[in-house]
Design a protein around this ligand. Structure first.
Ligand SMILES: [Fe+2]
Ligand SMILES: [Fe+2]
Length: 135
């Protein structure tokens, strides 16, 4: 069973963002599956690298849109992004040095963060972008 199930409830209505969120959900579900399989920390570190890399690409996409359309709440939104990146990079460093494991607590943190961020800040950004004619 997947950790996060994609549903229309998570869709914000901007195609590019929704597609990237679906990919992010897949990657986090993949990380969860590796955790359940009890994979070694070197493998977990590589899988987490991919999650972080894609997350960075996705945040960049949203932040470019904020810049292009002069989004008024960009500072708060970007701050949420950088907080997550910092947390993930710290975890990644610990994994690479063999000082941490990915636990169910980590997975629930990622799940909660993503759902809360999508339904809050990303939805607000999407509603703004719709007023600029994006879909
Ligand atoms: Fe975002
Ligand atoms: Fe997002």
């Amino acid at each position: 069973m997947s950790l996060i199930t994609w549903s229309d409830q998570l869709a914000v209505g901007i195609e590019e963002i929704d597609q990237q969120h679906q990919k992010l959900v897949q990657l986090i579900n993949g990380l969860h599956n590796h955790m359940l399989a009890g994979d070694a920390s070197e493998i977990m570190a590589k899988v987490l690298d991919r999650v972080i890399q894609y997350t960075g690409f996705h945040f960049e996409t949203e932040e470019q849109l904020m810049l292009r359309y002069d989004y008024p709440n960009s500072e708060t939104h970007k701050h949420e992004h950088s907080d997550l990146v910092n947390t993930a990079v710290t975890l990644q460093q610990k994994l690479h040095s063999g000082n941490a494991h990915i636990t169910m607590e980590t997975m629930h943190f990622l799940q909660d963060w993503l759902q809360h961020h999508i339904l809050g800040s990303d939805k607000m950004l999407a509603d703004f972008l719709k007023t600029k004619g994006l879909h």
